[in-house]
Design a protein around this ligand. Structure first.
Ligand code: SF4
Ligand code: SF4
Length: 367
């Protein structure tokens, strides 16, 4: 089955504790349907995801009935000496003797340079030679150019994990299509993360949902997003971070006997992407040319993105938008801090009326 169980958004009993009994039931359904691939990482649920995997799967199933991916957190490691203790801790938390897949987590230009400096590629290759890891790779968040550089320099890498969803195919920051093509050119199978864009594509504008329902009345918007990503030939696995039994059952209903989308269906999904894009209120490309000169250190494109998501997905995103807004403005300027100096607008290649937008955002999000 091409569906992987992402263990980053597990069901919770309360903010601290994972609902292990529910995770067990979800894992049972997943394995019964032919699923084998579990994906965890050092920081997921502050380390409790790895432990939940041990309790729900490792202690209850023979080792050959599942595979597990774990990852070396390159965004928090600073020195070479930190790698081995983290790796040992991960094996201990998961309760396994070896990992089937082991990635350098979240490589981009900076974390790639760090990985080179501290020998992280050599470290994971060594773990493979020791039999502690069966396959090595990395998950990736940067441009196709950086991806090409890494894959050119590291032919030993076997897999790449990429962010691919139908809305971000040609997004200038995500560059999903170009990254996928780069992986294909280097002959590396792709594992897809965030096919539903962190849950955002589970709620699409009515017009897009109508198009989807007209084709398949029973299929959820999330199913179209997952099936779209899984339809790429070189995609080995699509991860879904499932949070409850309902999501698990929905995913299994179409991934158990997965059929790639037809050309017609793929075109319909891309039409939905156009509808979603046209519902975006602020046409900011996130180039960030505006932020350097801002005397109030306002994270302008990040606020625009929050606002767009809120407009696009409506009430379902209100709570998340409020939380994200609080986190974003904790250490940087808020929209209402703008003194209307206009420096940002001088640099905006899209000629956006940034001051006007910020005033609107302040009135909506700082209520
Ligand atoms: S107009 Fe506002 S957002 Fe733009 S640079 Fe000045 S203070 Fe920053
Ligand atoms: S310069 Fe304009 S397009 Fe670029 S991030 Fe700022 S607001 Fe967005």
């Amino acid at each position: 089955m091409k569906l992987g169980f992402g263990l980053m958004r597990l069901p919770m009993l309360d903010p601290e504790n994972i609902d292990i009994e529910q995770v067990k039931k979800m894992a049972d359904s997943f394995i019964a349907a032919g699923g084998t691939y579990f994906d965890t990482a050092y920081p997921y649920h502050q380390g409790k995801s790895e432990i939940a995997f041990r309790e729900a799967v490792v202690k209850r199933y023979p080792r050959e009935s599942y595979t597990v991916t774990d990852k070396l957190p390159m965004f928090s490691i600073k020195k070479a000496e930190e790698m081995q203790p983290i790796f040992d801790e991960q094996l201990r938390r998961c309760g396994v003797e070896y990992f089937d897949y082991y990635w350098l987590h979240a490589l981009g230009n900076d974390t790639y340079n760090l990985s080179e400096q501290i020998g992280a590629f050599e470290f994971i290759a060594q773990k493979k030679a020791e039999g502690k890891v069966k396959h090595i790779g990395f998950s990736f968040h940067d441009s196709a150019e950086v991806l090409d550089k890494i894959l050119t320099n590291h032919k030993e890498i076997e897999f790449v994990q990429l962010q691919i969803n139908y809305l971000d195919l040609d997004d200038p920051n995500v560059q999903a299509r170009k990254c996928y093509e780069t992986a294909v050119r280097h002959g590396k199978p792709v594992i897809v993360m965030e096919p539903v864009k962190g849950g955002a594509l589970a709620n699409v504008p009515e017009k897009a949902e109508d198009l989807m329902k007209a084709r398949e009345p029973e299929m959820s918007p999330a199913s179209w997003a997952i099936r779209y990503a899984a339809s790429y030939d070189n995609v080995m696995m699509v991860l879904s971070g499932m949070s409850n039994m309902e999501q698990m059952n929905d995913n299994l209903s179409f991934m158990k006997e997965f059929k790639p989308l037809s050309n017609d269906e793929s075109e319909m999904v891309l039409e939905c992407a156009d509808i979603i894009r046209s519902s975006i209120s602020i046409k900011c490309t996130a180039c960030r040319y505006c932020t350097d000169g801002c005397p109030k250190k306002i994270p302008i494109p990040d606020l625009f993105k929050l606002f767009n998501d809120l407009k696009r997905y409506g009430r379902s995103q209100e709570k998340k938008a409020a939380e994200d807004h609080a986190a974003l403005t904790k250490e940087s300027g808020k929209a209402s801090d703008c003194i209307k100096c206009g420096k940002c607008e001088e640099h905006c290649p899209q000629h956006l009326p940034i001051r006007e937008y910020l005033a609107n955002i302040a009135s909506v999000m700082e209520k």
